[in-house]
Design a protein around this ligand. Structure first.
Ligand SMILES: [Ca+2]
Length: 74
């Protein structure tokens, strides 16, 4: 169970980092973002689901961490 928890926390950090970098790189003008939605246009074609599902993805990860944590502690 601890292994699952480590993987889940790692995913949250990884995804959070990607979301942060998308916003950071477009805001600083480092990445091209012509439609100004703070997602690099190069990523948008292939990974639009990853950004449009941001809320759901983070919610599910949060819930999974909550359940796993409850199992580990309890
Ligand atoms: Ca864009």
């Amino acid at each position: 169970m601890q292994n699952i928890l480590v993987v889940l926390v790692f995913l949250v950090i990884l995804f959070g980092g990607v979301y942060w970098y998308a916003g950071y790189s477009t805001r600083t003008g480092f990445a091209k973002d012509e439609n100004q939605n703070f997602i690099p246009d190069a990523w948008e074609e292939k990974f639009s689901w990853f950004f449009s599902g941001k809320g759901i993805i983070m919610l599910l990860l949060g819930l999974a961490i909550g359940f796993t944590l409850a199992k580990v502690i309890g």
